[in-house]
Design a binder for this molecule. Structure first.
Ligand SMILES: [Zn+2]
Length: 296
């Protein structure tokens, strides 16, 4: 495996297959992209970690899509907790995300999902661009981490044995680094694709999952360890095929021209209600924490 020329911390997705075990996976590192997304917000540290975890999960699923132009959306909606909305999406390598939280609430590290969200659900939506098919999975916000919630859901509801590991390290001063690993038994051709039959407790999956489960958060965010080296460490007894995927970048569709286009689809009387006394409609992008003043 060649690792030359790519810094281990660079923003990256790396697909891989373990053909002999009928497993496939994805490794993601988020560095500059993650810091660019987080820079638009001033969340308390535990919520930065939560958003970083959600962004990494979104990138893992996004980079696993067969069609590059599709969109993956991860959204949590909840009531009675500290965070009542969290939204991330991925489209052709463009990643963005934000959350809405109670700024008065006290947050601490290691809070469970019910502590953070109260009651709510997490929805994973995959829109296939070419076929225009939409697939959605919904899981209650229970347990310790978003990764555990999604992992359990894939296994139980979709019969798609899945292992997810996420690491987030750093702080506001030195910058954040996130890494993620997704491994799946190919019970299905792809997420949201055609279902194929597969045994629940297949020995091949048990073997791959046991190896992958040894991955630590420290390894996923080790600035000295490349994705290839980590995969080699995990699966050196197997044959691993590695396919570099799209490079994640911070991306948002908010532009004055795009927002104006959307506003112009509203009837004139509705636009009149939105205008301020200077004739400007203020539209904010929550992903970028930016307000656009549009004359429309
Ligand atoms: Zn935006």
């Amino acid at each position: 495996m060649v690792t030359e020329g790519i810094a281990p911390t660079a923003d990256r997705t790396l697909g891989f297959m373990v053909p002999a075990r009928n497993a496939r996976g994805q490794l993601v590192r988020l560095d500059a992209t993650l810091n660019a997304i987080l820079a638009a917000h001033a969340y308390p540290q535990p919520l930065i970690r939560l958003l970083a975890e959600a962004l990494t999960l979104t990138a893992l699923v996004g980079a696993s899509m067969k069609q590059d132009e599709g969109q993956v959306t991860l959204q949590a909606q909840a009531k009675g907790g500290i965070v009542d909305l969290l939204a991330c999406d991925w489209r052709a390598g463009e990643l963005r995300g934000y959350l809405k939280h109670d700024p008065e609430a006290i947050v601490s590290e290691g809070m469970s999902l019910p502590d953070v969200f109260g009651k709510g659900y997490l929805a994973l939506t995959i829109d296939q661009a070419v076929s225009e098919e939409r697939w959605q999975g919904i899981v209650p916000l229970e347990g310790d981490t978003l990764a555990h919630a999604l992992e359990a859901w894939f296994g139980q509801s979709e019969q798609l044995p899945t292992l997810l590991r996420i690491g987030v390290s750093g702080d506001a001063a030195s910058g954040w680094l996130a890494g993620g690993l997704l491994v799946q038994h190919l019970a299905r051709a792809e997420i949201g694709g055609e279902r194929l039959d597969a045994g629940e407790q297949h020995p091949d999956w048990e073997h791959v999952a046991a190896l992958a489960a040894t991955t630590t958060a420290e390894e996923l965010t080790d600035a000295e360890l490349s994705g290839e080296a980590l995969l080699w460490r995990l699966f050196h007894e197997e044959q691993v095929r590695v396919v570099p995927g799209p490079t994640p970048v911070k991306g948002c569709r908010c532009s004055a021209a795009h927002i104006r286009d959307v506003l112009m689809r509203f009837p004139e009387d509705q636009r009149a209600e939105m205008r301020d006394d200077k004739g400007v409609i203020a539209v904010d992008c929550q992903f970028c924490s930016r307000v656009f003043g549009i004359a429309a």
